[in-house]
Design a protein around this ligand. Structure first.
Ligand code: URA
Length: 255
């Protein structure tokens, strides 16, 4: 596949358009093939498509009571460090818990770790991470002053969008992180956190510029830094700048 097509697919993804993107290995039958008998599924293909069976031990499938009982991020991080509730736990190099100030007033939420994050065990450390850091500095904050997390804590292979069952397995951890941090404002990066945290399925282009809410915490949706890198236009950069300035104004309001 050419770089242009890869970029275009990634751009559609960032905008939340997933229905036009066919998974890499999905076969589209040609018209002629409708008339021939269905292809026999080889054993290896069948095994690949078997549903993932969750482990039952508390180290690999931390029970809800343990998660609820955590009173700080350190405890939570330890409780989920061996998580294999979904198949991503079996393919990751490192779980990417999230990082930053445990008392942050501003929290950023992305989609899931990429290759660099999976290798380092830290969120947003690749090119998109560099841009995110520049954006944070541009509004007068340091990376260490905010908190950065993702919808899923383990890397989806080939950086694909996390599957619904993977999000379902992982989202409770993010809910708990938000409960422990209690940020004054949340900034969602791209379409995935908007959809998975708030159930908003409209494209990010439509939703950005609005203020959403998560348990009474204002949520500012903005473009994912990876999208900004690909669409490095004055319009996109201004939009993100406006969103971040607005988010900053939310933490400047005295309690
Ligand atoms: N993209 C994300 O959404 N999260 C990361 O941590 C890195 C890239």
């Amino acid at each position: 596949m050419t770089k242009e097509i890869e970029d275009w697919k990634a751009t559609l993804r960032d905008l939340g358009v997933t229905s036009l993107i066919r998974p890499e290995n999905q076969h589209i039958p040609s018209k002629e093939s409708h008339s021939v008998s269905p292809k026999k599924i080889k054993k290896s293909e069948h095994v690949d498509s078997l549903p993932y069976e969750q482990p039952t031990d508390p180290a690999r499938n931390p029970p809800i009571e343990i998660i609820s009982a955590c009173t700080n991020l350190q405890q939570l991080s330890e409780a989920i460090s061996g998580c294999q509730k979904c198949v991503l736990g079996t393919t990751r190099n490192q779980l990417v818990f999230g990082e930053g100030n445990p008392d942050a007033e501003m929290m950023f939420i992305g989609e899931g770790p990429g290759r660099d994050e999976d290798l380092h065990g830290r969120p947003f450390v690749g090119r998109a991470g560099d841009l995110l850091e520049k954006m944070i500095i541009a509004i007068g904050l340091k990376r260490s002053e905010v908190y950065i997390a993702n919808i899923v804590k383990c890397r989806p292979p080939d950086n694909r969008i996390p599957m619904p069952e993977e999000v379902r397995s992982c989202l409770g951890y993010l809910h708990k992180q938000i409960e422990l941090i209690q940020p004054k404002v949340i900034i969602t990066l791209g379409a995935t956190p908007l959809r998975e945290l708030l159930g908003i399925t409209e494209g990010i282009t439509k939703i950005r510029g609005t203020v959403q809410s998560y348990k009474s915490i204002p949520v500012i949706p903005t473009f994912h830094p990876a999208y900004v890198l690909r669409m490095y236009t004055p319009e996109v950069r201004k939009a993100v700048w406006d969103d971040l300035k607005f988010a900053k104004s939310k933490i400047e309001i005295p309690n």
